[in-house]
Design a protein around this ligand. Structure first.
Ligand code: XMP
Length: 319
């Protein structure tokens, strides 16, 4: 696409002009926005860029490995993989209130990001994958009534706190344009077309107390579910799909024996912007086959339910 080709060159020139020979830190989540930001910056300023990938231990199966392989090995971007699983799961231990969990994660995330960013000598800039809709939203809502349904987890206020200037190369783009730019930059479709994944990660898909056991079960069940969706060619029709592990064990039978394992809920929605959403009308055949696969392939789960709540009144995530 020639338009994106031209945009890419312009964006690179602007980054070089803004940054000069100074160093830039970029928080990398593996999502499309931060990925495209990082690759664009790397094209513009090479090794003046260091990415920080905070791994809170609440990522999906193989996610950390894939992100590190993509950016460090494939793109040759300097990347700090901050594996802080112990810290996050330690602080979350015994916590079951949704807002408390979110706040713990949000605060630790900032602390940890800052700690690792501080090891980068003479950094002057912080890069963020802010999109045009984020820019408008923060303007139109300022001064208006503040209704917080869930505390959102991002790194707002961090640049000021760290004394860094912002670089936001995607500020003029909408999501589909970011995807086009990502394609232009050679980012594989598996990253570009990814469903959104929330900052607090699997924590908000694990209502009640978070344990390593539940997280492991959740990761396996989610992987089977997404595999099913891809195999049936439905991934791109769905805005977001995931499994939530429920804080309840139920009785089942398997072979000659009685089981007493966790129940899980499958979630899949269509949406334009995540503000409203409809549950996805899977066929009964798909649901039955998926339930069978999860129960057969994931030890620890013996019951599968499908969440048919739309938003509103539900939210997309479970917490
Ligand atoms: P809800 O659950 O509020 O989610 O209907 C709407 C969209 O936002 C995502 N989400 C988050 N994303 N930090 C994020 O970066 C968060 O704290 C957060 N909470 C929800 C959710 O995955 C969905 O796409």
């Amino acid at each position: 696409d020639w338009t994106m080709g031209a945009y890419r060159e312009e964006a690179i020139a602007r980054i070089r002009e803004q940054v000069g020979d100074k160093k830039v830190i970029c928080g990398l989540s593996g999502g499309v926005d931060s990925s495209v930001t990082a690759i664009l910056l790397h094209e513009a300023i090479g090794d003046q860029l260091t990415c920080v990938f905070v791994d809170h231990g609440l990522l999906r199966k193989n996610e950390a490995t894939e992100v590190v392989a993509m950016f460090r090995d494939n793109y040759n971007i300097q990347l700090i993989h901050a594996d802080e699983t112990e810290l996050f799961l330690g602080e979350l231990d015994g916590q079951s209130d949704p807002e408390t969990k979110r706040k713990i994660i949000g605060k630790l995330f900032i602390d940890v990001f800052q700690k690792h960013a501080d090891t980068i000598q003479d950094a002057e800039f912080l890069a963020q994958g802010t999109l045009y809709p984020d820019v408008i939203e923060s303007v139109s809502f300022s001064g208006g009534p503040s209704v917080t349904i869930k505390s959102h987890h991002n790194v707002g206020g961090l640049p000021e706190k760290m004394g860094l200037k912002l670089v936001e190369p995607l500020r003029e783009l909408f999501k589909d344009e970011v995807r086009a730019l990502g394609r232009e930059l050679g980012l594989p479709q598996s990253f570009i077309g990814r469903h959104p994944f929330p900052g607090p990660g699997l924590a908000i898909r694990c209502p009640g107390e978070i344990t390593r056991e539940k997280l492991d079960i959740l990761r396996e069940a989610d992987a089977v579910y997404i595999d099913q969706i891809r195999k049936h060619g439905l991934y791109d029709e769905i805005w977001q799909a995931f499994v939530a592990i429920l804080p309840v064990r139920t009785v089942g039978v398997m072979g000659d024996g009685r089981t007493y394992d966790f129940a899980c809920a499958l979630r899949a929605v269509t949406s334009v912007d995540g503000m409203t959403a409809d549950y996805y009308p899977f066929t009964h055949e798909f649901l039955g086959e998926t339930a069978t696969r999860i129960i057969n392939e994931v030890p620890g789960i013996n019951r599968v339910t499908y969440d048919i709540t739309s938003k509103p009144p539900g939210t997309i995530e479970w917490e």
